[in-house]
Structures are given as structure tokens and as C-alpha cells.
Design a protein around this ligand. Sequence first.
Ligand code: 3H9
Length: 690
Amino acid sequence: MTETVHYDREGQIAILTVDNPPVNALGHALRVELLAAIERFEADDAEIAVLVGAGRLFLGGADVSEFGKPPKDPWLPELIGHLERVAKPVVAAIHGAALGGGLEVALGCHYRVALAGAKLGFPEVSLGILPGAGGTQRAPRVVGTDAALELITSGAPVDATRAQVMGLVDRMVEGDDPRLAGIAYAGELLEQGAVARPVADMPAPAAPGRDWSDWNVELEARHPGQIAQIKAAEAVRAACEMSFEDGLAEERRLFDLLVDTPQREALVHAFFLERQVSKLPELKGVEPRAVEAVGVVGGGTMGSGIATAAVLAGLPVTLLEQSEEAADKARLTIEKNLDGAVKRGKLTEEKRGRIDLTTTTDFEALSEADVVVEAVFESMDVKRQVFDQLDHVMKDGAVLATNTSYLDVGEIAGGTRRRADVIGMHFFSPAHVMKLLEVVVPDTTAPEVTATAFALGKRMGKIAVRAGVCDGFIGNRILSHYRAAATEMVLQGASPYRIDAALEAFGFAMGPYKVADLAGLDIGYMTRERKGLQTGEVNPDWDDRLYEMGRLGRKTGRGYYIYDEDSPKGRPDEEVTRLIEEVRAERGVEPREFTDTDIVERYLTAMVNEAARVVGEGIAKRPLDVDAVLLFGYGFPRWRGGPMTYADHVGLATLRDRVARYAEDNPDFWQAAPLLVELADSEKQFKDLN
Ligand code: 3H9
């Protein structure tokens, strides 16, 4: 077994170095060795100890993969309790990050020094739990109740400078060697005759500045539907109102309660899938091509967004438009995007000054790009013309990517003499903000081209998901299906406003009709026009009528909702309701009542059913790929883990039976996906296929 904690001496100072790559997670083996090292220090004649992390950070927290499994001694809370009671002082020397259980270990030490740039925080709530190794009891004693509540319930880390202001660390030092910083600080403490200083012995913290009930109201508003934040605040409250020991017991009780929830399971699934999606067996050992310059064809919203994402990643970008005027407009859009990035703290002024962006109207100017992404009008003819030009000018080995959201990437590739270099890179609008990137891979694409698209996506900060070729790939294909289910419900009696409200209450950032207004009703119209109506699909003709009335959504102030000064986020419109009633009357539909539960169940059943087809046909390689697409591109609530995780939770047999029940109304639309039936019949789950 490799040693995960090294012990050495520097005069009277013992140095305990945690070395458990990649992030020094506090898994069982490490806890055993850390406890042994602490005991060694106790028996040793060293007078003070420094605890430091090897590699890029101090401690990344508890080992997330151990949650839900039987706990093994020593538990982190006991380990930290032991550490805190060591009679000689212990200093935490923090660099990189001290997160979750890692910060709890630091709070179990008696003194804390952090290198500039280090991040300290409690991300537990983003995993559906709370700091369960004393963090909720020690942090408020050290930084005060309000600051601790903010840290613990937001999950957001603070940097070392802020940590020092808060009192979370005793001092912050410049430099890049935490060992040296720890030794220097320990030396000073020795000279001063510093003694062990357990946080547990500090008095209980005062109640927060605001009432506990105000905190709860705010947390419910900030994180609707989620429970970890509320329980975390409850644990902090225990710190104020109970003895340290009783507070710890209360923290443990609340922690155990959260560990057993589907929310915790879903959030941990989301944490790992962010990393798993890019791990494709087909790319094992495949080296991506080098990317040092990027070209973008088309400077509309998508093209400008893609160019922005690429310059933000530090890449030189050349953007091609048809006219000087259009090129100037694109540049302006990109500048505006970059200003926004500076405002949001995503880009420093200094880096902003160094961006490398060229606009051009000449295809030749793209010839040296390593990757070119086409983002022109969504038409096969137009795209093929662009690819024909690119085929002529691009250097050998360049990757030719299309940002199409529906079209057959294989057909686009087929028009070139370099099919193996052509791939889909489907970004989501706004492309410099949205995390999702679908990498659409036709059979003809070379593996290193796929690897290059993934590497470029990562560099741009995207979560890249592999998709096969079909109409709409993973996301838009599933979207058109659940949108059709919503349309069907409207026709049968549900109002679009009720549908939006029900789905927002489920946890979606926005309901489908608000999304449609944001995207523009022209997008849906063009899609329907291109596809024609498909068998079984409900004719959504009020959508078309709204479009014909010039109600294009937010951009025209009217769509499904009215947007004006009184209601910048939109309010329902009688005119839309009347129009829908007319359509129902024309079709002789007697409207019926849909409860919020009916709405959510139908909508999600349609989503899962189509997702099962997408997986069954190999368009998505694994159910987790579908979860990633819906989580990072379509506003599915992260704390529900994605549609496949939701489906496993509800039970696949239940979903199969729901489809059969809905089919009584509309047998063409509601046909159970073969994979759903197969898994349900064999009592398996989607996660078995991950
Ligand atoms: C906690 O502490 C609970 C306690 O309060 C109570 C306990 C009783 N565990 O992200 P990266 C893996 S909850 C297991 O690409 P980066 C990760 O999956 C925990 N594995 O690196 C990946 O594996 P692979 C609170 C972990 O440099 C590899 O390490 N802590 C953990 O971009 C590299 O990760 C957190 O929530 C973990 N804790 O970012 C921190 N962390 O190579 C979660 C990472 O196989 N972690 N892995 O794909 C992070 O935020 C980032 O990983 C970090 C480094 C910022 C540390």
C-alpha cells in the first residue's frame, strides 16, 4: 500500500504531509494513516506540528464515493475530535483548496495559515449534505454565525484574503510553498510559546443578526425544493443553542438524514457525471490534435457566442462573415459579451486587453486555424456550401466542425473530401455561458478528431457529451418530444401558464413556454416547417398562429407571455388563452382539468421515454450522457440528477405503465420505448447501463 501521510521533522517541528492524489480526499486509508501520524506526533518530542497537503491542494474533503456505504473507523468527526485534543499545537498550512471535510480538518487544527489564492469553503450542500465533521459547530465559533451560515448554506468558497478578513485563517501569506509557510508560522508560534487552542473550547456563538425564520425563508427562495441548505442552517442553529457535544450530535443526526435522501444521491451522481461524460472507451489512448487557433464561420448570436467562448479560453480566433458590416456587428457582439464576462468576474481587465480576435470576409483567412466551427443559417444547402469552401482552404489536419442543432452531420461531411475530419460541435445559446456541448460524431469521423473536440470543449469550460447522428441529436430530439407532450396537454385543457408553473415547482429553471419566449417563437416555427409534422405529433397550430401574429416572444414583447415594464419576466395574456380555447373548440375538444402532478408526470414520462429511445438506438452511449445533456443544457434541476436518475427513482415499471395509460388518449404518440419496457420487465434500472 502506498503511504498517504508522510511524517518528518524540521527541528522541533513535525511535518505531516498528506499525499493522496489527485485531491487528497479523506478516504478510509488516509484517515487511518492520518490518525497514526497524529498519534506519532503526540508520542514524539516535537513541540508543534504542521499539517500540509502534497500536490495542488490541501485537502479536497471527504471521499464522495464513500457516501451511502457503511462507514469505516476512524470516522472523520472522531479523527478531527482527536486532532483537536492533541495537547501540543497543530498548524494547518493551506494551499490550493481546503474544501468540506478538508476545511473541517483545518478547523480541528489550532492555527491556520493560507497561501494567497487558496480557496476555502463548504461545498457539501451542493452534494445534498452538510458539513458533517464538526464544520457546522466549529465554523460559527470561529467566524461568527452570520458568516458561517453564508459559507455553509451557499456552498461557495472564499479566497484566502477574504478568509483572513473573516478570521477563518489566522494569516495569509504570499508564496507557493505551503510547507515553508507552515514551518515559518510554526516557528513563530513556538517562539511566542503558543499552546493548543481547540475551537471546541470557544464559547457558543451568538444568534445570527437576522431571525432564524428569515434565514429559512431566504434559503427556501434561493434553493427551492432543496433540503440540504435548510438542514445545514438547522445544524448551525444547534451550535448557538446547544453545548459543543450536543451540537455535534445534532449535526450528525441531520447529516445522516441527508445522506439517505434521493437529493444527495442525485447530486453526487451529478458531481461524478460531470467528470464521467468525457471518459469514453473509444477515446482511450487517443491523442487529440493540437489546437492553437480557432476559426468561426458566421457571426450571428451563436457564432459570436462560440467565438467569445474561444477567446475566453485564451485562443486566437478568426471569425468570418459575409460582409464587412456583418463582421463589425459580430465584433461588437463579442466585445459586449466580453464586457459582461469582466463584469461577472470571469475575465480580468488585463486578459481582456490581450484577447486575440480577427474578423474577416475572406475564407483564406481561416486556412491556418486548427479547428473551424461553422455557425451559419440552419440549412443543409447553405452548410454544404460553407463546407465546400472550407474543404478548399483549410490546412491538412484541421478539424471542421458544424454547430448544427438538427442536421445530419454525416451528410455535411459527405460533401467534403475529408470526411474523417468533420464533426458536430453543438453549442447552446448563449454559447459563452451555457455549459453544455454536444459532440456529434458520424461514423466517418476519426477518433482523434472526436478527442480534439472534447479537448477543445474542456478548454472552453464546457461539459462535452458525445452524441450520435439523428434529428436533434440527444437534447433537441428529447426536447421536441416532451414539448409535444406539453402541446398535447394544452390541447386537452391545461393552460401553458399552469404547465410552466408546475414544472418550475418541480425544479426546472423555466417552464417550456417561458423558454420558448426566450428562444423566440420563430425558432420553433422554422423547426416545424423544416420537419413537417410527424406522425403522432400533435399539431401545435396555436404556436404557428402566435408566430403569424408577430408574437415572437421576449424580443417582440409578446409571445406566450406579455413582457413590459410592469412584468419584465412576463405575465399571462388573455389573448393567448382565447386563441387556445378557439383551437380546442375547432377540434371539438372538451377541455379537462390537469393537476400539477398530472402535468409533471406526463411531461417527464415523455422525456424519459424518448431518452430511452435515444439510449436504445445508441445516439447516447449511456444514460448518464442523457442526464448530463438535460442538466447542463435544458435546465433540469441538478438536485434531481437528470431524467434517467429521476426515472430510476420513480421506477421504470411505473413509467412503462404510465405510457400505456396515456396511450389510451393518443396511441400514436405514446408508445413505450423498447429499452424502457425491457428494463422495466427485467426489473433493472437505467443506472445499470452506466
Ligand atoms: C465532505 O467533505 C463531507 C464532510 O463534511 C463530512 C464527512 C463525514 N471525493 O474535479 P477534478 C476526484 S463532502 C472523491 O477533475 P480539479 C474527481 O472525481 C466533500 N473524489 O479536479 C476526479 O476523479 P477522476 C466536499 C474526488 O483540479 C479527480 O478527483 N468536497 C473528490 O478540477 C480530480 O477532480 C468537495 O465537494 C472527492 N471529494 O478540482 C470537493 N474531489 O480523475 C469536490 C475530486 O477519476 N471536488 N475527486 O475523474 C472539487 O470540487 C474538485 O475536485 C477540486 C479539484 C476543486 C478539489
